[in-house]
Design a protein around this ligand. Structure first.
Ligand code: KIV
Length: 265
């Protein structure tokens, strides 16, 4: 069975069909998620917090991403695998391409994701020139957060909203194939999703994105600590993890999640 590819997601966007994404870090969940209809498996550096118990995503290493990426690749057959480039692994164009090649060659990544806007254009250009598919990440950038109160909604005022929109356009022009938009007001996310041709995947970005992603442990209601407004426990009321994931996928597809109560205005 061959894996889904970017064309599939472009076509889904054109048809107005929502894309269901979850983070995955291991064999068992990767297999279960794709069985339940999740199309994109994001090996996120959120694993630093939800798997390793770190205070932020910053301590996550390239070797960690390879370890978890390999497990997800072994556990899935058709899910499209996106792997995060960890903090400090895309400083120069040379190291960006070298490290991304490790994720593609060893961790099973079909696409790598990196955080940031116009300041990442050189890195993105280098990856595109090396034929490595890239996912952008705008809005809240977890790798830039150093204190617990740094997890804040972005793009609330007109100037910062405009900057995020401009960054999204610049990244698309540079050749990214997908964009994650984290913690921005729903109106801004809608404008960006309508403006870009590539799929925009939201997390805390309202229902008008082309797809949704959640950290899988948040979706199952088993993450500790502060619960962000957009998090919803899909396991509540279900009798199995598979049923919870199916409920998440259906809610995303039907544009019932995120609802107003999960959304920043
Ligand atoms: O690392 C991660 O899980 C992510 C999501 C929050 C989008 O980047």
């Amino acid at each position: 069975m061959s894996r889904l590819d970017l064309n599939t997601f472009m076509q889904m966007k054109q048809r107005g069909e929502k894309i269901a994404v979850l983070t995955a870090y291991d064999v068992s969940f990767a297999g279960l998620f794709e069985q339940a209809g999740v199309e994109v498996l994001l090996v996120g550096d959120s694993l630093g917090m939800v798997i390793q118990g770190q205070a932020s995503t910053r301590p996550v290493s390239l070797a960690d991403m390879v370890y978890h990426g390999q497990a997800v690749a072994r556990g899935s057959q058709q899910g499209y695998i996106v792997v995060d480039m960890p903090y400090n692994t895309y400083q120069t164009t040379t190291e960006t391409v070298e490290n991304a090649r490790v994720l593609v060659g060893q961790a099973g990544a079909q696409m790598v994701k990196l955080e940031g806007g116009r300041e990442q254009l050189e890195a993105i250009n280098a990856l595109v020139a090396a034929s490595i598919p890239v996912c952008g990440h705008l809005g809240l950038l977890p790798q830039s957060v150093t204190t617990p109160d740094g997890y804040r909604v972005q793009g609330r005022d007109a100037a910062s909203a405009e900057r995020i929109l401009e960054d999204a356009v610049l990244l698309e022009q540079a050749g990214i194939g997908m964009l994650v938009l984290e913690c921005v007001p729903a109106g801004l996310a809608k404008r960006i999703s309508q403006r870009l041709l590539i799929p925009v995947i939201g997390i805390g970005a309202g229902v008008d994105c082309d797809g949704q992603v959640l950290v899988c442990y948040d979706m199952l209601g088993i993450s500790g600590g502060h619960k962000a407004r957009f998090v919803h426990n899909f396991l509540a009321g279900q009798d199995s993890i598979e049923a919870a994931v199916r409920a998440y996928v259906k809610a995303v597809k039907d544009a019932r999640y995120p609802a107003v109560e999960h959304t920043y205005q």
